[in-house]
Design a protein. Structure first.
Length: 297
C-alpha cells in the first residue's frame, strides 16, 4: 500500500507534464486526459522499485499510449478534435525550439495532424520535450537513426508545410554542389555549402565499412564542424548519385538498383546543417529513396 501511495503521489506531481506531452501528440485535451489515465492504469500494475528514472519512464508510458491512439485514429479515419488553445497544457521546451512550443495552436495542430503517428511522436518528444533519440527509438519501434529521421521529416513539414518548388530546387542545387565539390576534392567549395556547426552522423555499418575499406573517409559516430566534415568528404562520394529521400534532396549509392548507402541532408538557411550516412539495411528499408525517376529501396 505504501508503495502504491508513493507512486500515486509521484504520478500526480508529473500529471501536468504528462498531459502536456499527450496534448501535443493528440491535439485533444479530452484524449490527452484519456491517455494519461490509461498510462496510470499501466503504471499502477507495474513494479516501480527497479525504475531508475521515474519521470522518463512515465513519459515513455504516456507516449506509447498516445502512439496506440494515433494509430487507432488513423485506421478508423477519424478526424481529431482540436481543443481550444486555452485548453493546451504548458510545456518545457529546449531553447532552440521554444518558438515551436510557444506557437502551439490550431494552425500547428492542423500540421501535426498531417504527420504519420510515429513522425508525430518522435517530433513532439524530441523537439518539444528534448527527449534523446536513444529513448524515443524503442517507443516508435525504430533505431535511433531512424527515429531521428522521423523527427527530421516531421520538422520540415511543421516549419514549412509543403515547400514551394523553388525551395526544393534550391536544396537540390545545394546537394548537387556538395557532391560535385566532394568528388573534385575541393575543400573550399565544400566549406561554402556547409554550416559552421554541421554534424555528420554515421551508423554502425557505415563505420565498419569505412574502417575496412582503403581510402574510405575516417568516420566517427558524430563528426562536428565544417572543416572536419569537409575533410571527411574531400575527394570522396564519387559513386553517390542525387536522389530524393523521403521527398527531400539527398544522395544514394546503389549497385544494380539496390540502394547500399543513403546520404540524408538536413538543410537550413541555405546551408547543410546535418548529414546522416545510412548503410544499415533495416534503416534503408525505412526510407523512401528515389534515384532519378526510378524508386529504389
Amino acid at each position: 500500500m505504501e508503495e502504491t501511495d508513493w507512486l500515486a503521489r509521484r504520478f500526480e506531481e508529473r500529471r501536468a507534464h504528462l498531459r502536456a506531452v499527450a496534448y501535443r501528440m493528440l491535439g485533444s485535451a479530452t484524449e490527452a486526459d484519456d491517455a494519461v489515465q490509461e498510462a496510470w492504469l499501466k503504471v499502477a500494475r507495474s513494479d516501480s522499485r527497479e525504475i531508475e528514472n521515474l519521470g522518463g519512464w512515465l513519459t515513455t508510458v504516456v507516449a506509447r499510449a498516445c502512439l496506440d491512439m494515433l494509430r487507432s485514429r488513423r485506421s478508423r479515419r477519424e478526424e481529431p478534435f482540436a481543443a481550444p488553445v486555452a485548453d493546451a497544457p504548458g510545456a518545457t521546451a529546449p531553447g532552440h525550439d521554444a518558438d515551436l512550443a510557444d506557437a502551439i495552436g490550431p494552425a500547428l495542430l492542423v500540421v501535426l495532424d498531417m504527420l504519420a503517428p510515429a513522425e508525430r511522436v518522435a517530433f513532439v518528444l524530441h523537439d518539444m520535450f528534448d527527449l534523446p533519440f536513444e529513448e524515443i527509438a524503442p517507443i516508435v519501434e525504430r533505431t535511433p537513426a531512424a527515429a531521428r529521421q522521423l523527427a527530421s521529416r516531421a520538422r520540415r513539414r511543421v516549419r514549412g508545410g509543403t515547400a514551394p518548388a523553388t525551395d526544393l530546387a534550391h536544396r537540390r542545387e545545394l546537394v548537387a554542389a556538395f557532391l560535385a565539390a566532394s568528388r573534385d576534392g575541393d575543400f573550399e567549395r565544400l566549406l561554402a555549402v556547409l554550416s559552421a556547426d554541421v554534424v555528420l552522423r554515421a551508423d554502425e555499418l557505415a563505420l565498419r565499412t569505412a574502417a575496412n575499406r582503403p581510402g574510405a573517409p575516417t568516420l566517427a559516430p558524430e563528426v562536428r564542424g565544417a572543416r572536419s566534415v569537409a575533410d571527411a568528404f574531400k575527394g570522396r562520394a564519387r559513386g553517390a548519385l542525387p536522389a530524393l529521400i523521403d521527398g527531400e534532396p539527398g544522395a544514394a549509392w546503389a549497385i544494380h538498383g539496390q540502394v547500399r548507402a543513403a546520404f540524408v541532408f538536413d538543410i537550413a538557411q541555405a546551408k547543410i546543417v546535418g548529414i546522416d550516412l545510412v548503410m544499415e539495411p533495416a534503416h534503408i528499408a525505412e526510407l523512401e529513396v528515389e534515384i532519378g525517376s526510378v524508386p529504389a529501396r
